[in-house]
Write a protein that binds this ligand. Sequence first.
Ligand code: ADP
Length: 456
Amino acid sequence: MIQKILIANRGEIALRIVRACRELGIKTLAVYSEADVQSLHVQLADEAICIGGPRSADSYLRADRIISAAEIGDVDAIHPGYGFLSENAKFAEQCESCNIKFIGPKSAVISTMGDKAKAKETVKKAGVPTVPGSDGTVDSEDEAIKIARKIGYPVIIKAVAGGGGRGMRIAHNNVSFAKEFHSARNEAEQVFGNAEVYIEKYIDKPRHIEFQILADNHGKVLHIGERDCSVQRRHQKLIEESPSPFLTSDLRKKMGKAAVKAAAAAGYTNAGTIEYIVDGKGNFYFIEMNTRIQVEHPVTEEMTGIDLIKEQIRIANGDKLSFSQRDIKFDRHAIECRINAEDPARNFIPSPGTIGLYYAPGGHGVRVDSHVYGGYVIPSHYDSMIGKLICYGRDRKTAIERMYRALSEYIIRGVKTTIPLHKAIMSDPVFIEGKATTAYMEEFMNRTPSDLFNSD
Ligand code: ADP
């Protein structure tokens, strides 16, 4: 039985894991950088060990120090959260070889599904639709241009190791293709240490709809419904909701079945996400699998009542999933707004600093996942997300009205945040009518005066 878990992460997800462990009676060991001494996850975990300097490369990305901390702390398992080492097959393998359970899929599965070109090939073989494009990676510019012409412009050039919207470029013709091809490769090399790219047809104004998967070590693979993550800025999600206002129940069934088939074909275990883009006609295409828990997982939790972090721990412990596909009830609507310390009135420039007055909203159907508090200093070393506000209710209208109400109550002084932006979106007719595609944010920002986003 798992009795003690090391949490190889920081911020709200580290706190989220501490909370799940506490409810399961499992002890927690937090690791933290010198910049995170004040962080709530450090204060609320049973034990904490400092693993290095503020830079991620000196702490949260140091597999060797994390494994040493796990050995000193005598833990049974490591939960990697999202980001950092969560999709690092080598780290998962190191855990496996030290007899520490990695709370996620097997390292070999991370290797395959973490490589976006290999993942596409795997699910394509299983009969899941993928975006038309190159067969695997393309190294030479000449070959790449030929493929792009064959696919037909516009095309999107994507890094196999990509994530967080980095290493992706769109090209509209042969001239821009050469430039974008090299800049995608350069960015991929710099950010991921791997320049390999592949090419896909660029689908016009799609929706991003993903399916949550849970799979145990006894052959059961289930999907826990979808999340519509079409509200994105520069390919980064800002708002997620479930169910998607776009899907008919027929299409939902088809996409859910395909997601289960894709995960099963990969030999997947634990929690993961099958991501699709869907065009205006309802054609759906697999784009990638995330082999970890995702930022937006609370949307699924509040829509279904299933605690995904606890399920991850139970699966890693070797337990069987205690429910079947038919038992899962999709009977609520949930929305999540990412609260970032950024200034939406000034091109989303990061706004680190000290939080003054802090008051989080509450009441019926409101959940706040955040590690910050009044007096907390937001370090400049990490991403700018300082919390997630999740609101849910019996239907979409209730969830939107509740979100607007909760955003209006949320007070975070001292830094700029995305709260005013979310309020404006919650009262925007295009969003309210459920018509947002991935092109929505750009169009919304262009037609909305930026002084509306001022949090002062
Ligand atoms: P990352 O791993 O960096 O998040 P993804 O492959 O998940 O990259 O894509 C992120 C976003 O980029 C998608 O949600 C979608 O908005 C856009 N995108 C990706 N592939 C395509 C495509 N072929 N056509 C149109 N948009 C795409």
